[in-house]
Design a protein around this ligand. Structure first.
Ligand SMILES: Cc1cc2nc3c(=O)[nH]c(=O)nc-3n(C[C@H](O)[C@H](O)[C@H](O)COP(=O)(O)OP(=O)(O)OC[C@H]3O[C@@H](n4cnc5c(N)ncnc54)[C@H](O)[C@@H]3O)c2cc1C
Length: 392
């Protein structure tokens, strides 16, 4: 593919280097659009020459999902990094996809507001939506798709499509934002997003306690139902023989007495102005499983993690935990563990794995329908082909 084909769009293009690889697949060129129009121009050029495209934001999670079947162009959104509008009075912000969560947080902080997603500062708006990862406070504020109220996407043929807008209940027709959240770049490019914001809480306190595994479920349930209204109840178990660390966050007025009320409910623990060091961080990088389950199934997930020698971390009350192996792993051990987690959960997805042979997604009910959605949005299979569930 001659570089001039892309350069004719007027967009900055460079040759790819090994560090640009997407899950081990090296693209040939990297395009750096600076406007939504330029994203559309690159995708039109790629459509005309049947070039496969993978979007990238911060590049922190390019190893999540299967390697793409082909990748000619890496569409790097780092230059699409403008906060287009912050309507502080309406608690709404519109930002381009390449804005980092750190930069967004800083702008919002100046007006005493926040996007309550807990994402790491180097992740981008687009990457956070495309992976749909949830943080501790999803218990109170919801997942990325719940805080997203409008989106601008660019489809594989270069069409720019908008859905939703600046008010909270605003989608007429299908909600494109929900469809693109968690789509891993396989339907098109998220170019801009509008989010609902919250005022920064006046105060925060964490209750941190250690519990025997057999008590975690009962204590977490009682904390979630408490009138002290925690924003998050998280657990961490660094290895199979360790007790479980539990931390609950209260935000807003009277945080200190509310945290002490939680302490009573938990039967002990320390109240702190700072989170524990593991708060909001993933428990592993190279091999990582996300388990989703009804909260009453927590005991079974703790037991499965112990059996398979996995550490775990995440929300005890939203039914969402991340699990990572302790020590050496093999493909067979990962496959066994994932099968064990699937028996006890609603879904266990292998987000990251060095082994290609292990089934990443598990059984997916609506796969034929998802394939039809993919075909409608990307008939030429050019958007990150093969990365998503069922090889979509
Ligand atoms: C609360 C929370 C805590 C987290 N903690 C950690 C942690 O401790 N450690 C850690 O490593 N990660 C953590 N993550 C996960 C990680 O930060 C996110 O998944 C992140 O959003 C990835 O952003 P990125 O910009 O680096 O995406 P990238 O790595 O660039 O891309 C990720 C995926 O999204 C696609 N994509 C990117 N941009 C777009 C776009 N504009 N349109 C369409 N598709 C796109 C890519 O093709 C790729 O498939 C956390 C996330 C959350 C929400």
């Amino acid at each position: 593919m001659p570089r001039e084909l892309l350069e004719k769009t007027g967009v900055t293009v460079r040759d790819a280097v090994p560090g640009d690889a997407v899950a081990g697949v090296e693209p040939r060129r990297v395009a750096l659009p600076e406007t939504v129009g330029e994203v559309a121009a690159v995708l039109r050029a790629c459509a005309a020459h049947d070039l496969a495209v993978t979007p990238v934001g911060g590049g922190t999670k390019l190893h999540w999902g299967a390697p793409p079947e082909r990748c000619d162009v890496l569409l790097d959104l780092c230059c699409l990094n403008e906060i287009v509008e912050h309507a502080a009075g309406d608690l709404v912000v519109r930002a381009q996809a390449g804005v980092t969560m750190g930069a967004l947080a800083e702008t919002l902080r100046l007006q005493g507001q926040e996007l309550a997603l807990d994402a790491p500062p180097d992740a981008t708006v687009g990457g956070t939506l495309a992976t749909a990862a949830c943080g501790p406070r999803a218990f109170r504020y919801g997942a990325p798709r719940d805080l997203l109220i409008g989106v601008t996407v660019v489809l594989a043929d270069g069409t720019v499509a908008r859905s939703g807008g600046k008010v909270v209940k605003n989608v007429a027709g299908y909600d494109l934002g929900k469809l693109f959240t968690g789509s891993y770049g396989t339907l098109g490019v998220i170019a801009e997003a509008t989010f609902r914001l919250h005022p920064l809480p006046a105060d925060r306190r964490w209750l941190v306690a250690e519990l025997p595994p057999a008590h975690v479920s009962e204590v977490a349930e009682a904390l979630a139902a408490s009138q002290a209204e925690p924003s998050a109840v998280e657990i961490d178990r660094p290895d199979a023989s360790a007790p479980v660390a539990l931390a609950a966050l209260v935000e807003g007025t009277a945080a200190e007495p509310r945290a002490h009320a939680l302490r009573e409910t938990a039967g002990g623990g320390e109240v702190s102005e700072r989170p524990p060091p593991w708060w909001g961080l993933l428990p592993g990088a190279e091999t990582l499983v996300e388990a989703r389950f009804v909260p009453t199934a927590l005991d079974g997930v703790l037991e499965a993690a112990r059996e398979h020698g996995f550490r775990l971390r995440g929300s005890a009350v939203s039914g969402r935990l991340h699990l990572a192996p302790v020590g050496e792993v093999s493909a067979a051990r990962v496959a066994d563990a994932v099968a064990g987690f699937r028996e006890r959960t609603h879904a266990a997805v292998l987000l990251a794995s060095p082994y290609e042979g292990v089934d990443r997604w598990g059984r997916t009910g609506a796969l034929p329908l998802m394939r039809r959605v993919k075909t409608r949005f990307d008939p030429g299979r050019r958007m990150s082909p093969g990365r998503f569930v069922g090889g979509i």
